[in-house]
Ligand binder design. Structure first.
Ligand SMILES: *[C@@H]1O[C@H](CO)[C@@H](O)[C@H](O)[C@H]1NC(C)=O
Ligand SMILES: *[C@@H]1O[C@H](CO)[C@@H](O)[C@H](O)[C@H]1NC(C)=O
Ligand SMILES: *[C@@H]1O[C@H](CO)[C@@H](O)[C@H](O)[C@H]1NC(C)=O
Ligand SMILES: *[C@@H]1O[C@H](CO)[C@@H](O)[C@H](O)[C@H]1NC(C)=O
Ligand SMILES: *[C@@H]1O[C@H](CO)[C@@H](O)[C@H](O)[C@H]1NC(C)=O
Ligand SMILES: *[C@@H]1O[C@H](CO)[C@@H](O)[C@H](O)[C@H]1NC(C)=O
Ligand SMILES: *[C@@H]1O[C@H](CO)[C@@H](O)[C@H](O)[C@H]1NC(C)=O
Ligand SMILES: *[C@@H]1O[C@H](CO)[C@@H](O)[C@H](O)[C@H]1NC(C)=O
Length: 434
């Protein structure tokens, strides 16, 4: 052993002792699919760096979490041991660089309708807001199956009965996060969306359990999307179980290079692209998505693409269609359906009940190169024997939509049919359009 190695060992030992009980980041990889050139956070930190342990706090753990993140940035680990952490101060963690967050405790956000409008980070995009936001690079956030983020959703859903515009921040937000993993967390009852991944690249999300349950029939859970992806690319979401009431995963404008695999979703609105093209003159791009091996139960839809139609030539500033852009290169493959209303739903006439109107002013947002392949299972009685909808606003703005190997049975046992409009030269030979 040379002198340099000996010196390194001696220096390393005390640090390792301190960090003995602190869990290091799990080694997770995107599997079986991954976007090309995918680079989530580099390996796990070794804890040769600092450990900043935060003590449980029922009043406001916010300032101590922020102080720990500042202290342990650049190589350390923020550790929240088991215990309760109530956050009453919005946390701007967008300065991160090479840092781990080991969350073994139970995180909640103060139940206070007046507090959060003065605290939360607010965005123009769909009036989204966040209790806390993560940004920066080389970050691992992990719960090792122990950590819980509990949104106490019933408090917010009940408040909505009086005031539907109550601010409901999402439970975990990223804004400008690059090269990161988020794993092993249980998330419960978000006020609104569970996760918003925005302005981010190279994010691997794995081994999450996300559950919604309202105890009050008069105040049901609202808008509890699992993940909304916005202005982000190179994202993988995998190996997770979600029980919720809105989209399981939603691809909002400018989601590209995204893989979703090995998910088990119950009760949702499916894995949804859009809605897109809502704002006249804006360009929305959703490209290069691979949705693989998803099991969907008791949902309204399984695979869904929602695009607004066009607007009359004299319209200006429309917020109900007329947007530009494209949905391109999207694959849904190896999907298990149980008791869902529709297995496939493509609409380029979103929110237009009137096909005549949609035909008059077709969408400007093109849908092309979309493949639905290898679907098995059952649908619900709702539209029996219809199992899907394929509606374009004009054959000129839909190209190469293919449906193959659909083995889905209806409750009645009647042969399944699809409702198809304006599908032009799409490859639908294996299904029956009515
Ligand atoms: C409803 O909540 C919004 C958002 O917090 C607030 O601006 C508005 O004043 C509230 N309306 C009423 C009637 O309380
Ligand atoms: C994303 O980045 C844009 C441009 O910097 C910024 O305006 C926006 O607030 C960021 N976050 C979200 C969620 O849109
Ligand atoms: C999406 O990308 C297009 C093309 O780069 C851009 O014009 C548009 O503003 C982007 N939209 C958002 C919401 O970032
Ligand atoms: C599909 O995902 C499930 C978890 O939902 C997993 O158990 C199974 O091994 C996966 N199958 C394939 C072919 O990847
Ligand atoms: C289509 O998207 C997938 C998933 O992101 C990607 O692997 C593939 O290279 C893309 N194909 C083309 C032709 O860009
Ligand atoms: C799906 O719905 C049926 C009928 O309501 C119910 O019996 C079943 O438990 C649900 N499945 C899951 C996984 O929640
Ligand atoms: C659909 O819109 C067209 C054009 O405005 C109108 O003539 C027709 O009556 C509408 N049909 C229905 C069912 O509302
Ligand atoms: C369709 O699924 C049923 C039930 O799982 C199975 O018995 C049948 O062989 C499948 N048919 C094809 C063509 O794969």
């Amino acid at each position: 052993m040379n002198l340099l190695a000996l010196v390194t060992l001696v220096i390393a030992f005390p640090a390792l002792n301190v960090a003995d009980d602190v869990p290091s980041a799990p080694t997770i990889t995107a599997y079986p699919k991954a976007p090309g050139n995918f680079k989530p956070a580099p390996g796990h930190q070794t804890h040769e760096g600092k450990v900043c342990q935060v003590e449980p706090n029922l009043v406001d753990a916010g300032p101590s979490i922020l102080a720990a993140a500042q202290e342990c940035n650049n190589g350390g680990t923020v550790f929240l041991p088991s215990g309760d952490f109530v956050i009453a101060t919005a946390l701007d963690l967008t300065f991160l660089s090479n840092i781990d967050f080991a969350i073994w405790g139970n995180i909640r956000f103060k139940q206070d309708l007046e507090l959060w409008p003065t605290q939360a980070f607010q965005y123009a995009f769909q009036t989204a807001s966040m209790f806390w936001r993560f940004g920066g690079e080389n970050v691992n956030i992990y719960g090792d199956g122990k950590g819980v983020i509990d949104g106490a959703g019933q408090f917010w859903w009940s408040a909505m009965v009086q005031n539907s515009s109550v601010m409901r921040p999402c439970l975990l937000g990223t804004d400008g996060l690059h090269h990161a993993t988020i794993s092993g967390l249980t998330m419960l009852n978000p006020p609104g969306w569970f996760n918003l991944i925005a302005n981010s690249t190279d994010i691997l999300v794995s081994d999450m359990t996300m559950l919604v349950g309202s105890a009050s029939p008069d105040a049901p859970a609202k808008n509890t999307d699992g993940w909304d992806i916005y202005r982000s690319s190179n994202v993988v979401i995998q190996d997770s179980r979600i029980v919720n009431t809105d989209d399981c995963v939603s691809f909002k404008p400018n989601s590209t290079q995204v893989v979703v695999q090995n998910l088990d979703c119950t009760g949702s609105h499916g894995i949804s692209v859009g809605s897109l093209g809502q704002y006249q003159g804006e360009t929305d791009l959703v490209e290069d998505l691979y949705i693989y091996n998803v099991s969907m139960t008791n949902a309204t839809d399984v695979a869904r693409i929602k695009v607004w139609p066009g607007v009359p030539p004299d319209a200006s500033g429309s917020t109900s269609g007329g947007g530009l852009g494209r949905v391109r290169n999207v694959t849904y493959e190896h999907i298990q359906s149980e008791n869902n209303d529709h297995v496939i739903s493509v609409s380029q006439c979103y929110y237009t009940k009137n096909q005549t109107m949609c035909d008059m002013y077709p969408a400007k947002l093109v849908i092309e190169d979309v493949l639905f392949k290898d679907f098995k299972g059952t649908t619900s009685t709702k539209y029996d024997p219809r199992i899907g909808e394929l509606t374009c606003s004009s054959p000129d703005v839909c190209h190469d939509i293919s449906v193959h190997d659909i083995n889905v049975t209806t409750p009645s046992g009647n042969p399944p049919i699809f409702n198809c409009n304006n599908m032009g030269d799409s490859d639908l030979a294996e299904i029956t359009c009515a």
